[in-house]
Ligand binder design. Structure first.
Ligand code: NBP
Length: 477
């Protein structure tokens, strides 16, 4: 291939970069690729990219030289300092109008800093969330681009061509200015943490509480995948229960150490939510559950020392508990997505992003890890009312909660009786009940704050007084 022929360049040939590059090329865009370790470039060109419209670049200069103007370069390198390093490598060869697209899981404030730094040289920087893992990157991810809209317009044809497709279009939309694309991707990941933890808790109740085998679990999850819970994560859960370890013949899932790792985007979601003052207890619980799972040696010690139900089985009708756990999973999922969307709404308001929540739900319907038919209901809810205060108040979800809430309570009560932890289920129910409570006990909290710190309070019977303070000790006499 002649020089200056590629439509787009890509840096970072690990699992995401390699697969996204193949997706871009398959959709008709000749691509130039570069990696810090050049062996990876050669390996790709000799294997999966052999005979395709790829240009292998061995230096940043070569990469830039092989691109049409304005240059468009996608980064899929490890988030954090490697992104700055890669940008610094490219910067001397770029010209005003060129566009860098960071497709990694970058912290949204880093994206905004990079946008500012590069704009001084006329270079545009898009922070685009890419979700869907290896398969998504290759066959169609969900893409969440944020930054200057006219810069996004330049890559839009490529982004729309490579994105997953659902009944109402490609799973990509312009998210908004600044770091909004990476923020939305971060919240997507937080919601993913919540979904995974809720599924894990449902599994625990059925497995420990009912003694269901992997085969029975596969059957239950397969059935659930045909209804309101239908989603990629439920589908792969059913598949996981069917896989046997080739060596021992046992279900592979039973042989996996009960310790879940995390790379940070879930934790970021919780931290940002605290900073913005948005309660997201289901997602917080999912992070706490992973942290607790990591404290394995303490748990092993405590298992023999701390009292509580041990190995107790559900004495009632198994099918009733299965139905209750199904309802709990659906209800808690509604609570979790309500929290995630509330976080997006607050960020949009505080940062002036003008996020279109219905459109974000739409682009999550395909390609990404949380993809599910369920998201169509969220899209419709925001299409009906763009400023819906909380998703729980949409007719569809309010009715669904009314129907599911008894099962929700029953499943949690059963888990508590059996001594099975369900951090995310119970946090979700407490979230729901808090919203339903016209009066919460924080009148007492405020009284305590005024007692020890003169923090004042407002009176229910005399709102016109505003903040008042009482000398509590004096009144005690
Ligand atoms: P990694 O996150 O493992 O990154 C690998 C790439 O980063 C390689 O090109 C590597 O170059 C480069 N790199 C590293 Br590692 N350290 C570097 C440094 N100090 N300076 C410059 N370059 C460095 O790969 P990935 O899993 O494909 O993910 C890429 C991005 O996409 C990440 O931000 C990730 O969070 C995000 N993401 C991943 C997934 C997923 O399922 N894996 C899904 C969605 C988003 P080298 O080859 O020379 O070491």
């Amino acid at each position: 291939m002649e020089a200056a022929q590629a439509k787009i360049g890509l840096v970072g040939l690990a699992v995401m970069g390699e697969n996204l590059a193949l997706n871009i090329e398959r959709n008709g865009f000749p691509i130039a690729v570069y990696n810090r370790d050049p062996d990876k470039v050669e390996r790709l060109l000799q294997t999966r990219a052999k005979g395709l419209h790829f240009i292998g670049a061995h230096t940043p200069a070569e990469l830039v030289k092989s691109l049409e103007r304005p240059r468009k370069i996608v980064l899929l390198v490890k988030a954090g300092q490697p992104v700055d390093w890669t940008v610094d490598q490219l910067r001397p060869y770029l010209e005003p109008g060129d566009i860098i697209v960071d497709g990694g899981n970058s912290w949204y404030e880093d994206t905004e800093r990079r946008q500012k730094e590069l704009s001084a040289k006329g270079i545009r920087f898009i922070g685009s969330g890419v979700s869907g893992g290896e398969e998504g990157a290759l066959w169609g991810p969900s893409l969440m681009p944020g930054g200057e809209e006219d810069a996004y317009e330049q890559i839009r044809p490529i982004w729309e061509a490579i994105a997953a497709k659902v009944d109402d279009g490609p799973c990509v939309t312009y998210i908004g200015p600044g770091g909004s694309g990476h923020f939305v991707k971060m919240v997507h990941n937080g919601i993913e943490y919540g979904d995974m933890q809720l599924i894990a808790e449902a599994y625990d109740i059925l497995h420990r509480g009912l003694g269901f085998s992997a085969e029975q679990l596969a059957e239950v999850f397969e059935r659930w995948n045909g209804g309101v819970l239908s989603s990629f994560l439920i589908e792969i859960t059913a598949k996981i229960f069917k896989v046997k370890d080739p060596e021992t013949g046992k279900p592979l899932v039973d042989l996996i150490v009960d310790k879940a790792g995390q790379k940070g985007t879930g934790l970021w979601t919780s931290k940002v939510a605290l900073d913005l003052g948005v309660p997201i207890p289901t997602i917080d619980a999912a992070i706490m559950a992973r942290l607790l799972s990591g404290q394995r040696s303490q748990r092993t010690q405590a298992a023999g020392a701390l009292e509580g139900p041990r190995g107790k089985r559900w004495a009632g009708d198994a099918s009733e508990l299965v139905a209750a756990v199904h309802d709990a999973l659906y209800a808690a999922k509604i609570c979790s997505y309500t929290q995630g969307m509330a976080l997006l709404a607050t960020a949009s308001h505080n940062f002036g992003w003008n996020l279109r929540l219905g459109e974000i739900a739409r682009i999550w319907k395909g390609g990404c890890i949380i993809r599910a038919q369920f998201l169509d209901g969220i899209r419709e809810a925001y299409a009906k009312q763009a400023d819906l205060p909380i998703l729980l108040l949409d007719d569809r979800f309010r009715d669904a909660m009314s129907k599911a809430q008894l099962g929700f309570r029953k499943a949690i009560a059963a888990a508590q009786d059996l001594g099975i932890p369900c951090l995310a289920f119970s946090s979700s129910l407490a979230y729901y009940d808090s919203y339903r409570s016209e009066r919460l006990p924080q009148n007492l909290t405020q009284a305590q704050r005024d007692f020890f710190g003169a923090h004042t309070y407002e009176r229910t019977d005399k709102p016109e007084l505003g903040a008042v303070h009482t000398e509590w000790q004096t009144l005690l006499g």
